[in-house]
Design a protein around this ligand. Sequence first.
Ligand SMILES: Cc1cc2nc3c(=O)[nH]c(=O)nc-3n(C[C@H](O)[C@H](O)[C@H](O)COP(=O)(O)OP(=O)(O)OC[C@H]3O[C@@H](n4cnc5c(N)ncnc54)[C@H](O)[C@@H]3O)c2cc1C
Length: 269
Amino acid sequence: MGQGRNNAYGGAAPRLPGAVLVHLRNMNKVLEIDEANAYAVVEPGVRFFDLYEAIRAGGHQLMISVPDLGWGSVIGNTLDHGFGYTPYGDHTASQCGMEVVLGDGDVLRTGMGAMRGNGAWQTYKKGFGPSADGLFMQSNFGIVTKMGMWLLPTPECYMSCYASVPKESDLEALIDTLRPLVLDRTIPNYPIVGNVLGAASQTSPRKDWYNGDGPLPDSVLDDMTKKLNCGHWNMRFALYGREASLNPSASITAPASLSCRAARYRFAY
Ligand SMILES: Cc1cc2nc3c(=O)[nH]c(=O)nc-3n(C[C@H](O)[C@H](O)[C@H](O)COP(=O)(O)OP(=O)(O)OC[C@H]3O[C@@H](n4cnc5c(N)ncnc54)[C@H](O)[C@@H]3O)c2cc1C
């Protein structure tokens, strides 16, 4: 385990008797941060919090991609096919170069790491022949003791965007409108779509809305959208770039029911 802190979904305890637990929390060093090439090399106990703090402490102009859970380990999350929400949010795709201890004690370095001291280990994923990295994800073929992670150079500006639609049946229109923007990378990050029920469940119990049995009636869901001032489907995404290129009043061709709002932030560091 990296941190073994997937709290509420699961924990550090093995599911089967006779399992051996390898505790890696104390291997918690951020081994390298390379600002010019925008990557970090971490040990398995390094949490997203630790990596963030190391970047800030070093004054590096780099951003990490973090899942909702900052206390999980970067390596544990990545090996479990984790996702964050920046353009580097596909963590499996953003890892580059692993050191792995195999069952027989052999040490394997993936990609350019096969050649000792190769400076391209964390910048170029391929080596010669097949890529082995995927073998160590959601598997138990080895223990990853080091891993490179690509980081996003801090953009001049970040724009947080929110789009919502009023009716349940509008989901298709929402996706159809935004899909081309994701495919042509106008939206570079990994958007999230949630419904009003999810929004309500974060702040209130079911009994505050409805005391009957079975699924909530549509009239209750409509009431939620009004009281929570949101749509039936709500989508978060973000834009990154230069201040001049991120225009909050820019319009897209969208169905009349799609309501959008955005806020632009300039990085102060
Ligand atoms: C409230 C909440 C919100 C969440 N939101 C998100 C989200 O937005 N995005 C997302 O992707 N995830 C999300 N998760 C899942 C969470 O991010 C991950 O489970 C967590 O990051 C895993 O970190 P960990 O160190 O606890 O992993 P662990 O449980 O320690 O490890 C995960 C798996 O990888 C294996 N493993 C760990 N380290 C190694 C290693 N060095 N070598 C080989 N195998 C290893 C472990 O055996 C285990 O099977 C969420 C979880 C919660 C509870």
